[in-house]
Design a protein around this ligand. Structure first.
Ligand code: NAP
Length: 264
């Protein structure tokens, strides 16, 4: 029997790619979409999307009352994505969330709710398998090369900075690296922000430019050598394999997993 899916954000760059992925996977069936501009219409009424008679709702609660589904995919913005994810778990519909920018408190709350409701949930700031490997390799390298800075580069329509992937990379590095401050102990910024954001003494630099998709370089320095671990997502197809794997995986889960590396 097909895995039934409700998707929020079908007109977005990630969402439209995910609609195609779901349509092309014979085990998946798209049963409804959440979109604030096409309430009461069908997916086929939205220009550029597949010719499917799938109902579109603005109100997620109304959608869940009328349409039953196994999975809820969110590819929107954190302001609504958090409420969508919470509502999905409350309705025992397993969320697979690519939306970035949730706070640590929100992740903890969702995690507790998923545990109470015994409902699987996957939230991943980066669904590209290569990016997960970049994070893992960085975690390994930090044990031996603890001086590290992160440069993340994204398209200029991205709303949150630093990226969820950069924060997640820093968190993984923190597991193997002793806290230390990068740069000279007496360094001073002559222009505010020139040394980037700081996490546990590490610096994170965020570049936003048109033409970019999602790119990150983790640079380790040591006397006489540097090591760069770099990943580039060249288009949004790069995230679809991770979403597909997550849909199959979350069907057998009863708790929340944060980060694709925890389910691979
Ligand atoms: P996008 O092209 O801007 O699409 C965002 C979608 O969300 C649009 O359909 C937009 O509809 C909808 N939306 C925005 N505000 C809304 C609201 N208040 N209520 C309901 N819908 C709303 O962005 P994108 O590049 O597809 O990215 C979507 C999300 O995925 C972002 O959070 C991004 O950071 C994240 N992302 C995650 C990964 C990953 O691997 N996890 C990779 C890339 C991106 P309107 O047109 O009406 O605004």
């Amino acid at each position: 029997m097909a895995i039934t899916i409700i998707l929020a954000g079908p007109r977005g760059r990630m969402g439209s790619e995910a609609v195609k992925m779901v349509e092309n996977e014979s085990d998946f069936k798209l049963v409804a979409c959440i979109d604030r501009k096409y309430d009461g219409k069908q997916l086929k009424d939205i220009e550029g999307l597949p010719d499917l008679s799938v109902p579109v709702f603005q109100d997620i609660e109304k959608c869940f009352q009328q349409v039953n589904a196994d999975i809820f995919i969110d590819l929107t913005v954190p302001e609504v994505g958090y409420y969508h994810t919470k509502t999905a778990i409350e309705n025992n519909i397993r969320p697979v969330v690519g939306t970035t920018g949730f706070t640590d408190e929100q992740i903890v709350e969702l995690s507790q709710l998923a545990e109470t409701k015994k409902t699987g949930c996957i939230i991943a700031p980066n669904f590209a398998i290569g990016a997960v490997l970049m994070m893992k390799f960085s975690e390994m390298a930090a044990k031996y090369l603890p001086d590290v800075e992160i440069i993340e580069k994204h398209h200029d329509r991205k709303l949150d900075a630093p990226s969820g992937t950069a924060k997640k990379t820093a968190e993984l590095i923190m597991k193997t690296r002793e806290t230390r401050k990068q740069g000279h102990p007496d360094e001073k910024e002559t222009i505010h922000g020139s040394r980037g954001a700081e996490m546990d003494g590490m610096r994170i630099h965020s570049v936003r430019l048109p033409g970019l998709v999602a790119h990150q370089e983790v640079i380790f320095g040591s006397s006489g050598q540097t090591l760069s671990i770099k990943h580039d997502s060249l288009n949004r197809e790069s995230f679809m394999e991770g979403i597909k794997v997550s849909i199959y995986k979350v069907m057998d889960m009863k708790e929340l997993a944060y980060g694709l590396e925890n389910i691979l």
